[in-house]
Design a protein around this ligand. Structure first.
Ligand code: ADP
Ligand code: MG
Length: 232
């Protein structure tokens, strides 16, 4: 049974006003099923990150509708969107964004600290997340003591520590060599299949997109084509 988790309908996004106005999204329609692994591809500037930021409740459409778990997100206020984000979404960025003087475990525990969880709950969930990404033995190391691939895995552990429905990753392998990239893709595949997390990823690389079940091709602020392996 498939369940539509995310629906975008006629989503536009305009940055700036007047002469400087730029329409980054020109009417994006997209449905994402729960449990899917989706890769967004397309030329630089085609609107991939803008779409991810909207899906991640970090930004709102200028016009159009974004339904997530039955909520019309464009009608929510900033605080309501933040709650949705904290409860259901996890983020991974190209640049890892870890706190540098802080251990892997403390980095991973951070979203739970914001949620006001107790030290004991944070510790247990943090270690479980590090275990899931294969870094339990590295819990007390700072980012500087870890390789790029390990740092990205810590960032993924931080993103999944809250057990999100959706993991959003914007060019997660952009700063990694091909061997490390494959490890990250295998980890994302594992989280998708075994933990049932819906994964939305942006990538430039066809080799990385090949791990996804669905590939959404962006061009000039629109979804140009969707390739679905299930129907290939
Ligand atoms: P992609 O991720 O596909 O490379 P983006 O979604 O980041 O593309 O950007 C789409 C277009 O919108 C680009 O032309 C970019 O310059 C523009 N853009 C993105 N964010 C902003 C912003 N905050 N202000 C102005 N223009 C922006
Ligand atoms: Mg981008």
């Amino acid at each position: 049974m498939s369940e539509t988790l995310i629906s975008l309908r006629g989503v536009t996004k305009t940055f700036g006003t007047g002469q400087a106005a730029f329409q980054a999204l020109k009417g994006v329609d997209l449905d994402i099923e729960r449990g899917d692994f989706v890769a967004a591809m397309g030329p630089s500037g085609s609107g991939k990150s803008t779409t991810m930021n909207i899906l991640g409740c970090l930004d709102v459409p200028t016009t159009g509708s974004f339904i997530f778990k039955g909520h019309a997100v464009e009608r929510l206020n900033r605080d309501q969107r933040a709650l949705l984000r904290r409860r259901y979404l996890g983020f991974v960025f190209q640049g890892f964004n870890l706190l540098s003087r802080t251990s892997a475990l403390e980095n991973v525990e951070l979203p739970l600290l914001y949620r006001g969880e107790s030290r004991e709950v944070r510790h247990k969930a943090g270690m479980a997340a590090l275990e899931q990404v294969g870094l339990a033995d590295w819990w007390d190391h700072t980012p500087a003591e870890l390789s790029g691939g390990q740092q990205q895995r810590v960032a993924i552990a931080r993103a999944i520590v809250t057990q999100p429905d959706v993991l959003l990753a914007d060019e997660p392998t952009g700063n990694l060599d091909s061997e490390r990239s494959v490890e990250i893709m295998e980890l994302l595949t594992d989280l998708n299949r075994r933990a049932g997390i819906t994964v939305l990823m942006v990538t430039h690389e066809p080799d990385m997109a090949a791990y996804a079940n669905t590939i959404v091709h962006f061009r000039d602020g629109l979804v140009e084509r969707i390739d679905d392996k299930a129907y290939a």
